[in-house]
Design a protein around this ligand. Structure first.
Ligand code: NZQ
Ligand code: ZN
Length: 380
């Protein structure tokens, strides 16, 4: 069957060392810029100083303290600043959390109602302030996509919205900023990117030679980096992770093909309740989801084995390869290794139901019962 799709990605990528100087190409001296960052890593590693130099002569103020898994509550404080200071350009400096927080900020600042409406599916974004990104942690692809994931502390919820209005205008991808990332953050980036490709690939077969071919190139690249883990401080290793993670979720490989984001949706609930890092939640859920859905996904899992792991084997053997990949970079696939309690099913299943996640997957057959089965298997 032929594919039909629209692919749109307007973000200019400035890739390579020193590219932060390109930020000014997108700004005017009339702009009132809000520089937004997280808990202060950019102050320690010199990125803040570099950006301050680039912004000399421009009119800018700053907002900091965006948390990992950014909250609605914190970003609403930034909305107040945007409004009171007449900010008209947002510059996000950080990883997926800062970027996603800023996408919310860009949209909520021009919205009359409660910005959570976008996350709750009660309103569509109709306009947003322009947003630019300086990426410091490759993982999510948020720097050049239209998705944002926000958490609400009050209700322990983690939800997402999409809008073409929040595509960043540009993203600076300078991998020298990755020098100060911990092993945990590098591993998380690798695993998140791997699962992003899988969510757009491990579904049904398709007729495009480009989509699967490109997905497999990205997956093979990530496997290569995992095998070369001891060289993770090398510039070339880091540069490759930056590009792989970006391409994994800039929208192309998913256009027109079946997708299954159930691993992410179940994972988001685990993060909301138990604070697992995003990638940890994925490493826990994905292998068990593949086991439960092994009949539906058999052909693609075997293709993953042959074309990515270079292994002809049973579905189970390929899933074990996946688990080994995540463990090899130090990310556990066992939910019992994280800080959980005995209420996992009690908490997560109603949350999935409340968020409408009752028929997930390419065949819409990941019902609440199936999610429960998957979750039980994650507690090994
Ligand atoms: O807060 P700061 O000081 O910036 O520290 C961060 C944070 O503690 C630190 N960090 C970032 N760059 C650093 C650095 N530390 C040292 N050196 C650097 N160069 O790393 C920690 C984690 O950062 P975070 O932004 O939370 O990580 P990530 O990029 O993995 O983002 C995760 C968030 O993105 C969402 C996740 O759900 C999660 O909320 N996702 C967004 C997606 C999207 N928009 O398309 C898709 C993903 O599937 C994902 O759901
Ligand atoms: Zn992800």
């Amino acid at each position: 069957m032929s594919l039909t799709y629209d692919f749109y990605n307007p973000t200019t990528i400035h890739f390579g060392k020193g590219q932060v100087s390109s930020v000014v190409k997108h700004l005017s001296k009339d702009n009132k810029i809000l520089l937004v960052y997280g808990g202060g890593s950019i102050k320690k590693n010199g990125v803040y100083d570099e950006i301050s130099k680039v912004l000399e002569g421009f009119d800018w103020i700053e907002f900091s303290g965006v948390e990992a898994n950014p909250t609605y509550e914190t970003m609403n404080k930034a909305v107040e600043i945007v409004k009171s200071e007449n900010v008209d350009f947002i510059l996000a400096v950080g990883g997926g959390s800062v970027i996603d927080g800023c996408k919310y900020l860009a949209a909520a600042s021009l919205y009359d109602g409660d910005g959570w409406d976008f996350l709750a599916g009660k309103a569509e974004v109709e306009k947003a302030l322009p947003l630019g990104v300086v990426l410091t942690l490759p993982a999510t692809g948020s720097e050049s996509n239209m998705a944002a994931v926000l958490s609400k502390k009050e209700t322990d919820e983690k939800r997402f919205f999409h809008s073409p209005f929040v595509f960043p205008k540009f993203a600076v991808l300078d991998s020298s900023y990755m020098n100060t990332l911990s092993d945990r953050q590098l591993a998380n980036g690798l695993v998140d990117a791997f699962v992003h490709v899988c969510e757009q690939y491990l579904t049904t077969t398709n007729t495009s030679l480009v989509h699967d071919g490109y997905s497999e190139t990205l997956l093979k690249g990530l496997v290569k980096l995992s095998c070369d883990w001891e060289n993770r401080s090398d510039a070339l290793w880091q540069e490759n992770l930056m590009l792989l993670a970006n391409q994994a979720l800039n929208g192309f490989i998913g256009s027109g093909v079946a997708q299954d984001w159930a691993t992410h949706f179940i994972g988001h609930e685990l993060t909301a309740f138990y604070g697992l890092d995003h990638a940890q939640s994925l490493a826990v859920v994905q292998p068990q989801l593949l086991r439960v859905l092994s009949e539906d996904k058999e052909e693609k899992i075997l293709q993953l084995g042959t074309n990515v792991f270079g292994k002809k084997g049973s579905v189970e053997e390929i899933i074990v390869e996946l688990e080994k990949l995540y463990s090899s970079v130090g990310v556990s696939t066992n939910l019992n290794d994280y800080n959980i309690d005995d209420k996992v099913i009690e908490n997560i299943i109603p949350a999935l139901e409340a968020h409408g996640m009752i028929a997930m997957g390419e065949n819409e057959n990941i019902t609440l019962d199936v999610s429960e089965k998957i979750l039980k298997m994650t507690m090994k």
